[in-house]
Design a protein around this ligand. Sequence first.
Ligand SMILES: Nc1ncnc2c1ncn2[C@@H]1O[C@H](COP(=O)(O)OP(=O)(O)OP(=O)(O)O)[C@@H](O)[C@H]1O
Ligand SMILES: [Mg+2]
Length: 280
Amino acid sequence: MTDTLITAKNLQIALASNNKTLVKGIDFSIARERVALVGESGSGKSLTARSLMGLLPESLSVRADTLNVLEQDVLSFKVRQWNRLRGNDVTMVLQDPKYALNPTHSIGRQVEEPLILHQKLSHRERQEKVEAMLDAVGLKNPKQLKKMYPHQLSGGMGQRVMLAIALINDPQLLIADEPTSALDHAVRDQVLELIYKLVDERNMGLLLISHDLEQVADYSERVLVMYQGKIVDRLPAKELPNAQHPYTKTLWSCRPNRNKRGQSLPVLDRAELEKLDESA
Ligand SMILES: Nc1ncnc2c1ncn2[C@@H]1O[C@H](COP(=O)(O)OP(=O)(O)OP(=O)(O)O)[C@@H](O)[C@H]1O
Ligand SMILES: [Mg+2]
């Protein structure tokens, strides 16, 4: 079992048509730890995350000096190799379960699917695993729930189902791209606490993308701050309230307060920030 789950050196993501770079040569690594990726809208967080899963559209190209996922050089990966990794060792939870779950398939079928794709188990073993996983994400009556359809679930339940799908094959790394921002305030912390609990229990790595800096400060260990396609700051999460870097400071001081959590961040002073480069 490797401890370095991701190594990215000089990772660049560009438009294939005109070579315009959207992610401009970033370096980072992720071990079995909780790393948060923050930064204003459009800074390149989701593109970075998707490049680790082989999920970028063909209109974008990826270049890097090194891009290793679980010690495999994914720059040379073909579809079949990505398919073996994705949904198995590396999985992703997205923002809104409404769009991520298939409305025409039962919950049981959707949680079972990664097992069918990646493991050789009997029908009975799969059902047992599905029920245990639904139980582990805090959903009651797994047997009945398996027969239900996504429209019958609340947002919070839907996101727990997404987490069950993401974790059923015991991945080593979970990428969560704003996993709670489509949820009601009341259930946000519950879902995030659940993510952290499961990640800790299973000794996994977590890459969390979030606009909620208080959530990040509470639940992550390290923070990477992106601005216009670059990582401009990196710091321990508990130091966010005392950040030294001007951009990180602005992000923290402009964060919506707890009651307004989930709203977008205010626009920052570009003129000042244009002068900044990577100081990490
Ligand atoms: N398929 C695409 N084709 C062209 N440009 C894209 C594509 N996907 C993203 N972009 C652009 O790349 C930049 C980074 O996008 P990305 O989705 O990574 O931002 P983000 O940091 O995740 O923002 P948000 O916080 O709003 O989710 C944005 O300017 C976006 O418009
Ligand atoms: Mg995004």
